[in-house]
Design a binder for this molecule. Structure first.
Ligand code: NIG
Ligand code: FE
Length: 411
């Protein structure tokens, strides 16, 4: 006997199972089944496709007014952090840029202060609330970065919190060491601090899946980033990079040369580097919620990357300074509007390709996959990036078990 059948599904969204990330025109290919069925047994998908009544199960959910899809994947977050930075909004109104606030010791460095001061349990409680909010918004796979500790104890503290969250909730998580995220006040030079972070790599190896660096004007140069990435690879890490977010330093080209699993942001990436995506499986993780929050007019050139046969994914970049939302649905809307992605491209970018960007077994619900499924209160899959800023989740199913059922009736 099966455990669960989701029956009469108005629209069933089925990204393709693939070894490599979807690239270029493939992002626009998405199977949408009108009137579908999903069957689950022992936490796995037994069947997903056109309507069938060939199966029986102990529980049946009628989804005749709903869209059903794989649970979403958030491939870039700074989930674990102390404090918040609402005071920076007035600095921004006065005209200070993101990098100017950082130069004055604010920005990332003020979150470093708050993260260092917080106990591990305080950080855990805050990140837990933010993670549960993500899950309630349909996300069941999350990448989580350190990078607000900037010293051994505090980087380890952040990574421990991230690991504890994974243990407590059993969802798919990937943990990223982002020691070179900013240069702390006590550092004698960028160079010396970078070396300290390189020396930390063996200490975080047990806890972190990836090593990441912020390559940006005033933070780390291309040469420093290359040195760090190579050192991390030598220690067995797969690498990521915050690249070309504000200034076109060439971080995308470096990521491709170093076979990074992803290069993230890429708002200012050069045409030359974008062309290199064609021959690479490095996933361009685009974070349009950040561009929106920083008040910029120019967004990453997603269309150009797809025309160059690149692989793209979309993520929140959830953090307390440059993108203060953990609602990936909101970022799907910004991607549709500002990156000019089609609904199919948006869905692939937050499911199967996001999973490739963090090497996690997620983002598809084809036969044999984990039954990580969202039932959406929406008439069709285009509706979710269209009706923006609110939560369309009806039900979240984790490995076959209903863990969220939203009920809008009032007490
Ligand atoms: O991805 N750009 C660097 N790091 C984060 C922002 C972190 C912060 O402002 O606290 C980002 O945007
Ligand atoms: Fe980031």
């Amino acid at each position: 006997m099966n455990d669960l059948i989701i029956q009469n599904i108005k629209q069933l969204v089925l990204p393709k199972s693939t070894e490599r990330p979807l690239k270029g025109a493939e992002l626009d290919e998405l199977t949408i089944v009108e009137n579908g069925t999903v069957v689950v047994k022992d936490g796995k998908v037994v069947y997903s496709g056109p309507y069938t009544k060939d199966y029986e199960a102990t529980e049946v959910i009628d989804a005749s007014h709903h869209v059903v899809s794989p649970a979403l994947v958030d491939a870039h977050t700074h989930l674990v952090h102390g404090g918040s930075r609402e005071h920076e909004m007035s600095l921004k109104r006065q005209g200070l840029s993101y990098l100017e606030i950082l130069e004055r010791g604010g920005g990332i460095l003020s979150t470093v202060e708050a993260t260092r001061t917080a106990t591990e349990d305080e950080l855990f409680a805050k990140a837990e609330h933010d993670l549960l909010t993500m899950i309630h918004h349909g996300v069941l796979a999350v990448e989580s970065k350190s990078g607000y500790g900037l010293d051994k104890d505090n980087e380890l503290k952040q990574l421990h919190v991230s690991r504890r969250l994974q243990e407590k909730y059993g969802i798919d998580m990937r943990h990223t060491f982002l020691g070179p995220h900013a240069v702390p006040k006590e550092a004698t030079s960028n160079e010396a601090f970078l070396q300290q972070m390189i020396d930390l790599l063996p200490d975080v190896k047990e806890l972190a899946d990836f090593a990441d660096i912020f390559c940006e004007t005033g933070v780390f140069t291309i040469e420093e980033s290359r040195r760090y990435m190579q050192a991390a690879k030598d220690q067995g890490f797969r690498v990521k990079i915050h690249a070309d977010e504000i200034d076109p330093l060439g971080g995308l080209g470096l990521a491709i040369d170093e076979a990074a699993i992803s290069a993230d942001h890429l708002v200012a990436a050069s045409d030359e580097d974008k062309a290199k995506l064609a021959d690479s499986d490095t996933v361009a993780v685009l974070l349009p919620g950040t561009t929106f929050y920083l008040g910029k007019n120019d967004y990453a050139d997603a269309r150009g990357m797809l025309e160059n046969n690149g692989a793209i994914a979309i993520a929140t970049d959830f953090n307390p300074g440059s993108c203060v939302t953990n609602n990936l649905q909101m970022v799907m809307a910004i991607a549709a509007l500002k990156l000019k992605l089609s609904p199919n491209e948006v869905w692939n970018a937050v499911t199967v390709n996001a999973a490739k960007a963090i090497d996690v077994d997620a983002g598809t619900i084809n036969e044999g996959d984990k039954a990580n499924i969202v039932i959406w209160h929406a008439p069709n899959h285009e509706y979710i990036p269209y009706h923006y800023g609110i939560n369309h989740v009806d039900t979240v199913i984790h490995e076959g078990r209903v863990i969220v059922k939203r009920d809008l009736t009032l007490k």
